[in-house]
Design a protein around this ligand. Sequence first.
Ligand code: MG
Length: 142
Amino acid sequence: MPNLNKIFERHRTAALAEPKPVEWQCVKMMEEAGELAAELLIDSEHKAVHKSPGADGVKGEVADVIQVAMCIFYNIGGTTEEFEEIFEQKLLKWEKCIRARKERLQKIVEKKRLTFYNNGALWKIIKILKLSTRQKNHGIKT
Ligand SMILES: [Mg+2]
């Protein structure tokens, strides 16, 4: 399997060889995001799009979005080192949000005296809590 840094550097080389302006690349990224959305809808239980899946599938469309986003990043002067640094910061922020959300939910669960908390049951609990809040707001007794 190729090293991720080498892949990034190959993307950088390809991106810098791209003659189209970043504004065009941004539009292209939106097009790829649309293709990703369509693939997800084709793949979903709702079958909201009546098309056959494309050859790339959902994962391929995710890769297309990332590839164009990276193209923009490198074309505005970004480097692979910067990309790593920025991504590390973004990841730390995201992980902090996830921890905070879990702590908030844990407090709700404790407040409701639900002792069966675990990741698998968490969303069921949230649904129950939302439902009971909705019922309370609408005067529905359980
Ligand atoms: Mg595509």
